[in-house]
Design a protein around this ligand. Structure first.
Ligand code: DGL
Length: 276
C-alpha cells in the first residue's frame, strides 16, 4: 500500500516549532534549528523532572513523550521535533499516533541513520543511553538501508547526569569519556554517532580523545536540515519574522538549564515552569 500523501495546507508559517527532550540535550538541536531557521518561533519543553529518560522504562518514556507532544500541539506548533534519542527509540510510534498526521514530526534517529547508511560504508559506533541502546533502533535503521555497515552500540549512562550537573571540561567527565570510548566494542570504529542529544555538549572532549582518527557525526545539523527540508516542501517555512520568539517550558527549574539556554539563545528568553 502506498503511504498517504501528507497534507499540511491547514498550517501557517507563523506557527511555532515545538521541540522536546528530557533536559538540556535537546538544546543542541534547538541551537542548530535557530541557526539554520533564524526566523522561526520556537517552543522548547525540557522534562527535567523526569530526567534521565535513558534509565526509564519504555512505558514511562511513552507516557512523558505523548503528554509533551499534546502540550506542544495545544500551543499551536506546526511541527514537532523529538530532540531526544531515548524518546525516539521508545515512543516514536506513539507520538506519531497521537499527532495523527496533523503536523510533521521529525526525530533524531532516522535522518542520522539514513545519512550514515547512504554516505559512509565502514565500522560505525553508537554511544547512547540504555533506553536507546536496548531498542537497537540505530542498528536496525542503518541496516534497513545498508546491511553491509558494521554497527556497534554502547550504553554510556553516566554522561547525561554529568552533563546535567554542568561537568564540562572536568576531570570526572574526562575519566568517563576515556573509560567508555576505550571499550573493546568501539575499538575499530571509523565513525561515531553521538546517539544522545546531550553528548554534543561534550564534543570537544570526545574529539580530543580521538584526534583525527574517528569521524564524529554532527547529528543536530542533520536533524535541523531535515526539518528545514520538510517545512520548505510544505511551504510552511517562516521567512518573514525578524523578531522570533523563544519560549522554554521546564517540568523542574534547574540552574544548568538556565545557564545553557541563555548561552545558546541570549538573555531575553522566557523560562516557565510547567508540570506535566
Ligand atoms: N537527550 C536524551 C537522548 O537523546 C535523553 C537523555 C536522558 O534523559 O537520559 O537520549
Amino acid at each position: 500500500m502506498k503511504p498517504k500523501k501528507q497534507d499540511f495546507s491547514h498550517l501557517s508559517a507563523h506557527q511555532p516549532i515545538g521541540i522536546f527532550d528530557s533536559g538540556v540535550g535537546g538544546l543542541t538541536v534547538a541551537r542548530e534549528i535557530k541557526r539554520l531557521l533564524p526566523q522561526e518561533n520556537l517552543i522548547y519543553f525540557g522534562d527535567t523532572k523526569h530526567l534521565p529518560y535513558g534509565e526509564k522504562s519504555r512505558e514511562a518514556i511513552i507516557g512523558y513523550a505523548v503528554k509533551i507532544t499534546n502540550f506542544l500541539l495545544e500551543k499551536n506548533c506546526k511541527a514537532i521535533v523529538i530532540a531526544c534519542n531515548s524518546a525516539t527509540a521508545n515512543a516514536l510510534k506513539e507520538v506519531m499516533e497521537s499527532v495523527g498526521g496533523r503536523v510533521p514530526v521529525v526525530d533524531v534517529i532516522n535522518p542520522v541513520a539514513e545519512k550514515v547508511a547512504f554516505e559512509i560504508h565502514n565500522n560505525v559506533g553508537v554511544i547512547a543511553t540504555k533506553a536507546t541502546v536496548n531498542s537497537g533502533l540505530y542498528k536496525k535503521t542503518i541496516h534497513k538501508h545498508n546491511k553491509y555497515i558494521k554497527v556497534d552500540e554502547l550504553a554510556t549512562p553516566l554522561l547525561v547526569p554529568a552533563i546535567e550537573e554542568g561537568f564540562k571540561n572536568h576531570p570526572i567527565t574526562h575519566a568517563m569519556i576515556y573509560n567508555y570510548l576505550s571499550n573493546n566494542k568501539l575499538k575499530n570504529i571509523e565513525t561515531l554517532i553521538l546517539g544522545c542529544t546531550h553528548y554534543p555538549l561534550l564534543m570537544d572532549e570526545i574529539k580530543q580523545y580521538y584526534g583525527n582518527r574517528v569521524r564524529v557525526i554532527d547529528s543536530p545539523t542533520i536533524v535541523a536540515n531535515e526539518l528545514k527540508m520538510i517545512l520548505d516542501r510544505h511551504q510552511i517555512l517562516n521567512t518573514d519574522n525578524p523578531k522570533p520568539e523563544y519560549h522554554f517550558y521546564l517540568s523542574d527549574l534547574t540552574k544548568n538549564f538556565e545557564k545553557i539556554s541563555k548561552k545558546f539563545f541570549g538573555k531575553s528568553i522566557n523560562l516557565e515552569l510547567k508540570s506535566l
